[in-house]
Design a protein around this ligand. Structure first.
Ligand SMILES: Cc1cc2nc3c(=O)[nH]c(=O)nc-3n(C[C@H](O)[C@H](O)[C@H](O)COP(=O)(O)OP(=O)(O)OC[C@H]3O[C@@H](n4cnc5c(N)ncnc54)[C@H](O)[C@@H]3O)c2cc1C
Ligand code: FES
Length: 372
């Protein structure tokens, strides 16, 4: 078999023309597969491929939380501590996307890490904590998010975290303490967990406290009860001088906002889920979701985000933060009605309309035709 390389209009550097030629030759040899398909099998982390990562290790942190170290593809663009990454993983044959804060500090091996806490009935979190194994591939997005330390750093910080809410903050602390210059900021970490054994990164946080890098206040809710934000002024007497960064359950974050805002205290919040007004017991009727391109039809209740309902039925959906912030999940609603789960507001599309909806915070409120 002979291969004729096309005549170049302008001189092409020898290395490039040879590479192009070899590439075309290889493409012909593997027809009908594209060369990209073949390379995906042998070099899935190469430059120019869809961004993926290979799981390097899975290490238990507590009984229901684990850290995954992941080698990202060559196009991984790095992150600022506190940011998150979207990961896509197949669970029972369905590609599901979730968002996880990056927990690593600087690493010589260029790997990244996330720390996942399995939640009751959580499809992806429990899969990541208990089922995935080193060597498995996952899809990755680029790092995103604005829950990062201000530059220059505030002189006094208060980190209020609970449960898995420690994850973006440990990323910040690891990033800070790995710096060559001495960190002069005065840092208080107030962390709540069910018990001492449930504190994710407990040993590391206690070590930082023992070294005088921060003041750690641990609240074990099995013995101390939940944090009452009115106690903050007692626990942190100079609260008014601190910039607060907080991540944890919705109730804690809402209470902190209610506490800080009237006093004009600076507060940065990372939410793992959007506050929703609707829930499954509201009795809001849902509807039939018809996806025009894939032809899939799904019955959805009035409290389940369209994104979740569609993914559970195997529809490949665009997504991002899954909490109404990034607009990575928007799709045109051609006809039908959806309810915004955050405030109950209805959006109605007449036949032929292309009203853009955020599928992660919208539920069906009648039959819907969605372009996807
Ligand atoms: C910016 C951001 C950063 C995040 N970082 C982390 C992290 O570092 N570590 C981590 O463990 N998780 C993190 N999360 C949460 C994570 O994305 C998933 O929501 C979580 O793992 C649950 O997914 P699942 O598939 O297991 O649950 P699903 O199967 O989707 O849901 C199961 C049940 O749990 C409820 N639920 C869903 N999400 C949550 C939640 N976060 N808290 C309580 N109940 C929930 C659902 O309504 C449903 O009833 C982050 C989320 C965001 C938006
Ligand atoms: S996934 Fe981010 S807004 Fe919907």
């Amino acid at each position: 078999m002979s291969t004729v390389l096309p005549r170049a209009a302008a001189p092409v550097p020898f290395g490039r023309s040879l590479r192009d030629g070899v590439r075309r030759l290889a493409e012909a040899a593997v027809t009908p597969l594209e060369l990209g398909d073949v390379l995906d099998v042998f070099h899935p982390l190469r430059k120019g491929a869809d961004l993926r990562g290979r799981i390097v290790s899975v290490t238990a942190e507590t009984a229901d939380a684990a850290t995954l170290v992941i080698k990202p593809g060559k196009d991984w663009a790095g992150h600022v501590p506190g940011q998150y990454v979207r990961i896509g993983i197949d669970v029972d044959g369905v590609r599901l996307w979730r968002t996880y804060s990056l927990t690593h500090g600087p690493r010589a091996d260029r790997c990244i890490s996330i720390t996942v806490k399995g939640i009751p009935d959580g499809v992806v979190s429990n899969h990541l904590v208990r089922k995935v194994r080193p060597g498995q591939m996952i899809q990755l997005g680029q790092a995103a998010g604005d829950f990062v330390l201000a530059d220059p750093m505030p002189a006094k910080l208060l980190m209020v975290t609970a449960g898995s809410g420690i994850t973006p903050v440990i990323g910040m602390l690891r990033g800070l303490f790995a710096r060559s210059e001495r960190i002069t900021a005065d840092i208080v970490v107030l962390h709540s967990a069910l018990s001492r054994a449930e504190v994710i990164f407990g040993d590391e946080l206690r070590q930082y406290a023992a070294e005088g890098r921060l003041r750690l206040v641990e609240l074990h809710t099995d013995t101390h009860g939940m944090l009452d934000v009115d106690d903050l002024d007692t626990i942190v007497p100079d609260l008014a001088e601190r910039v607060t960064y907080a991540c944890g359950p919705v109730g804690l974050l809402d209470a902190l906002e209610a506490h800080h805002e009237p006093k004009g205290l600076p507060l940065h919040i990372e939410r793992f889920r959007a506050p929703m007004v609707a829930n499954a017991n509201d009795g809001q009727s849902g509807g039939t979701l018809s996806f025009t391109k894939s032809g899939t039809v799904v019955e959805a209740d009035g409290a389940t985000p369209i994104l979740d309902a569609a993914e559970s039925a195997g529809v490949l959906m665009p997504s991002g933060c899954r909490m109404g912030v990034c607009f990575g999940c928007v799709l045109p609603l051609r006809e039908g009605a959806v309810r915004d789960l955050r405030n109950g507001q209805l959006t109605i599309a007449a036949p032929g309309d292309g009203v853009i909806i955020q599928t992660c915070i919208s539920a069906a409120a009648g039959p819907c035709h969605i372009d996807n």
